[in-house]
Design a protein around this ligand. Structure first.
Ligand SMILES: Cc1cc2nc3c(=O)[nH]c(=O)nc-3n(C[C@H](O)[C@H](O)[C@H](O)COP(=O)(O)OP(=O)(O)OC[C@H]3O[C@@H](n4cnc5c(N)ncnc54)[C@H](O)[C@@H]3O)c2cc1C
Length: 368
């Protein structure tokens, strides 16, 4: 009988794993994802722009998986039982598996700040992007406050500065902890030149209707975007998977959670030495390919590959129009300005190209 492989989540990790595993014959593969398509999440801040339709950043599963033999089940997983080798869906159905890959991405995390979760909008997926776009009016008087000066918050502030009165609030005394001090300083100067008011070194205390209370200042907002951090999906706590204190699955260095269950993407905490690797689409894609290979070997009774050691190619973010900042190549060559932006756009195109190759489709999948 064909082995049943179930993949939870058709994001960067899940699709990379499916791409690897679809080479196997005699398997029955199901991708479970509640969405219509693969969301190109790193492109979503760009989709906040007035004339940039969100649909252009989603590759429909129907198109992607056509003639691949992989079934898309448009459902949300609510629970996993390793003991029974089943996943429970939100509609009450249950699905059995022989091999399971858990890659549902992450969700926004909220510190216990009164009013924050109820009054702010997160940006984690296409649905969130629609909600934010719905609230944005095309004039510069509307004040958008972005809380969180990491990669997402900084990028969103830069994109919105074109059309809005944007404030970026960060509790730490600097932006972009994932980049060096010089690059972070450059990003701040570019944002300020584009009209963004950058407030650093003040923690958020309380969110009231239309007003933010910081440690020292009070500021008015019309739209509040929360880009303050991520965590593992809460429903994982209902499962019988072993979890670490933060709620992430505990894995071997090969991403294995138990004999027949593997994790990939944002839910797999990857360490190099004693440094945790930041969760990115790049890491998730590499992890997905790796775990696809690991499951293939496990199915054949072969030893697993060498422990996962990702070789990141860079980290780039967009700032104001035509400008970006980040680093490329292992070892980290800093890049800034229009070259950083061009490299970032190239990386988006490369990903689309790779996806179309892996799934045997024509180029391009969706145009940008
Ligand atoms: C605004 C923003 C900008 C970013 N920019 C960059 C960037 O420039 N470069 C970069 O490398 N990274 C970037 N990232 C990070 C990157 O998007 C994530 O690290 C990456 O998407 C993680 O891949 P994943 O496969 O784990 O999860 P995702 O890509 O999030 O995919 C998870 C999938 O699982 C599905 N799912 C969720 N819950 C369930 C469930 N219960 N049952 C079934 N399916 C489920 C979802 O619908 C989704 O399709 C950005 C993130 C954000 C939010």
């Amino acid at each position: 009988m064909a082995e049943r492989i179930v993949v939870i989540g058709g994001g960067y990790a899940g699709l990379a794993a499916v791409g690897e595993l679809r080479r196997l014959s005699d398997v029955e593969m199901t991708l479970i994802d509640p969405g219509e398509g693969h969301e190109l999440i790193p492109e979503l801040p760009e989709a906040l722009r007035r004339h940039d339709p969100i649909e252009e950043h989603i590759v429909p599963f129907q198109e992607l998986l056509k003639d691949t033999g992989v079934a898309h089940l448009k459902q949300r997983v609510a629970n996993i039982s390793q003991a029974e080798r089943t996943v429970a869906l939100e509609n009450g159905d249950t699905l059995s598996y022989d091999w399971l890959i858990v890659s549902p991405g992450s969700v926004s995390s909220y510190p216990p700040i009164p009013g924050l979760e109820e009054r702010s909008l997160p940006l984690r997926n296409a649905h969130d992007t629609w909600r934010i776009k719905d609230r944005l009016h095309e004039n510069t008087h509307q004040r958008v406050v972005v809380v969180g000066g990491g990669l997402t918050g900084t990028e969103v502030a830069g994109v919105l500065a074109e059309d809005h009165d944007v404030w970026l609030v960060e509790g730490a005394p600097r932006l972009l902890p994932a980049l060096g001090v010089g690059l972070a300083q450059y990003a701040r100067e570019r944002l300020q030149a584009a009209g963004v008011k950058v407030l650093m070194g003040q923690k958020l205390v309380r969110v009231e209707e239309a007003t933010l209370q910081l440690e020292r200042d009070r500021i008015h907002y019309d739209v509040l975007i929360w880009a303050g951090g991520i965590q593992a999906p809460r429903w994982l706590r209902n499962t019988d998977l072993p979890l670490d204190p933060k709620g992430y699955p505990m894995t071997s260095p090969e991403g294995r959670v138990s004999e027949r269950v593997f994790a990939a993407g944002d839910v797999w905490r990857v360490w190099v030495g004693n440094q945790e690797v930041p969760q990115t689409a790049q890491l998730a894609t590499m992890a997905g390919h790796y775990v696809g290979e690991a499951v293939t070997r496990a199915m054949r009774g072969e030893p697993l590959p060498e422990p996962f050691k990702p070789r990141l190619r860079g980290m780039l973010i967009s700032l104001d129009p035509g400008i970006g900042v980040g680093w490329v190549i292992r070892g980290g060559i800093p890049v800034r300005g229009s070259s950083a932006r061009t490299l970032k756009e190239l990386s988006f195109q490369q990903y689309r190209l790779k996806l179309s190759r892996v799934f045997g489709r024509g180029w391009p999948f969706a145009s940008v």
